[in-house]
Design a protein around this ligand. Structure first.
Ligand code: 5GP
Length: 257
């Protein structure tokens, strides 16, 4: 019996099927709509209308505490880099491996598509808290389906549980209100210190977040996404331990929406 389990696990690994519960913590990622929309690419509002001027959910992402060489993750090979180098006057081809890193599991079960009836009772809350701003379709359901397929299938949760967990976490802290409480209000002129944003969120939530920035159409750096770390239960906020190269500067904007 034991042997059979091991054999099946080995077969799954060889077939490149990532295990759904192999991760260390979640990132709850929320995006500031003002910073999504004022970029060169711009944005579109979903068919439910202009979202509120609040942070919106981007996703709940299982993550590894330590990145792993891609080859150690089932089904992922390192890149082979072919380089022409001049060696003693003659051009020769040199092949070497570039170690790719995997920092999270993804697409753990492509056959497990999001079924509308599974999240029927959550749709109103999802429309309000997890709206799409992409110009692809204007349908938030497509955004939720994508997030479920890429990240949710690796969470070890069921469809309803996954979306309910993200909504529950978001509900606990209104990040825009937390920032406003520290005098950090949306403005098209003002800049704020990145440290003051991180400190305000850490003080209000009890956990240090990671922050990611992007650039507005004029090239100014602005707060784009807040990453809150959540333990494997999907319920408890914890300090983010992994430093993030989030393209921020010491001073960032928080544009109006
Ligand atoms: P991820 O960052 O989860 O790997 O990819 C996000 C995908 O969802 C992209 O393909 C993006 O085009 C799509 N998408 C749809 N709506 C949104 C949105 O409001 N925000 C973001 N960041 N991506 C969205």
């Amino acid at each position: 019996m034991k042997l059979a389990v091991v054999a099946v696990a080995a077969l799954l690994l060889a077939a490149g099927v990532a295990s759904a519960d192999e991760f260390d913590f979640f990132y709850l990622v929320q995006q500031w709509p003002g910073s999504f929309c004022d970029t060169q690419a711009g944005c579109c509002f979903p068919d439910t209308g202009k979202p509120a001027a609040e942070f919106g959910i981007h996703g709940l992402w299982p993550n590894y505490a330590k990145c792993r060489p891609a080859a150690a993750v089932a089904g992922d090979d390192d890149d082979v880099v072919v380089e022409m180098v001049v060696d003693g006057g003659a051009a020769v081809e040199r092949h070497h491996q570039r170690r790719r890193q995997k920092c999270w599991p993804e697409y753990c079960n492509d056959g497990n598509k999001l079924r509308p009836w599974e999240i029927k009772d959550l749709v109103a809350e999802l429309d309000a808290n997890w709206p799409t701003l992409s110009c692809k379709s204007g349908k938030s359901f497509e955004f939720w389906s994508y997030e479920w397929k890429k990240h949710g299938t690796c969470s070890g949760m069921g469809q309803h549980g996954y979306f309910a967990a993200a909504l529950e976490l978001k509900k606990r802290h209104d990040l825009a209100a937390v920032l406003a409480g520290a005098g950090i209000v949306p403005s098209d002129d003002e800049s704020y210190s990145l440290g003051s944003i991180r400190d305000a969120i850490a003080a209000a939530t009890g956990a240090v977040p990671n922050l990611e920035c992007n650039r507005d159409a004029a090239g100014e750096t602005q707060l784009f996404q807040v990453y809150q770390c959540v333990d494997r239960s999907g319920k408890k906020l914890v300090d983010c331990q992994l430093p993030m190269q989030g393209k921020c500067r010491d001073k960032v904007k928080l544009p109006t929406f």
